[in-house]
Write a protein that binds this ligand. Structure first.
Ligand code: AMP
Length: 126
C-alpha cells in the first residue's frame, strides 16, 4: 500500500545509479536484497551505507511495501556489516535520515553505520 505524503521514487537518484552499475562504489557487502558500501564523504573513520536493492524512499515506504524476506535481509545486512568491520567491541551508531526534517539527501532508503571513534551525543544542539 502506498504511504501518504511520500514523494514518488526517483529512479535516477544516486543510489539507484550505483545499483544499476552506472557509477562505482566501494562495496562492503552484497546479497540478493541489499548492498553496503563506503560513504563517499565519510563523517567518521568508518562510515558505511546499507541500502535495499528495491526502490524504496523511506522506512515507512519499505515496511509498507517490501516483502518480509527483503525486510529481514536489510536488517541482517546491517548486523553483518557491523560484524565484518569489527565494530561490535568498541561500539558504533546506526542512523537513517528520512525526508525534509530528517535531512535526507538521497531519496533511496539507506542506513548509515558510523564507527571508529567516540561519536558524541545523538543529536547536535540547535
Ligand atoms: P543522507 O543525507 O542520509 O541522504 O545521506 C546521503 C549520503 O550519501 C551522504 O552521507 C553522502 O556523502 C552519501 N553519498 C552521496 N553520493 C554518494 C556516492 N556516490 N557514493 C557513496 N556515498 C554517497
Amino acid at each position: 500500500m502506498p504511504v501518504s505524503g511520500l514523494p514518488p521514487y526517483d529512479p535516477n537518484n544516486i543510489f539507484a545509479r550505483i545499483l544499476r552499475g552506472e557509477i562505482p562504489c566501494k562495496k562492503v557487502h552484497e546479497d540478493a536484497h541489499t548492498l553496503a558500501f563506503h560513504d563517499i564523504a565519510p563523517q567518521a573513520p568508518v562510515h558505511v551505507l546499507v541500502i535495499p536493492k528495491g526502490a524504496y524512499v523511506s522506512m515507512a515506504d519499505f515496511t509498507a511495501r517490501a516483502p518480509a524476506e527483503e525486510q529481514a535481509a536489510f536488517l541482517r545486512a546491517v548486523g553483518e556489516v557491523a560484524r565484518q568491520l569489527g565494530l561490535e567491541a568498541a561500539g558504533y551508531r546506526v542512523l537513517s535520515n528520512m525526508g525534509q526534517h530528517g535531512g535526507q539527501e538521497v531519496p533511496h532508503l539507506h542506513v548509515h553505520i558510523f564507527g571508529g571513534r567516540p561519536l558524541g551525543k545523538m543529536l547536535a544542539k540547535e
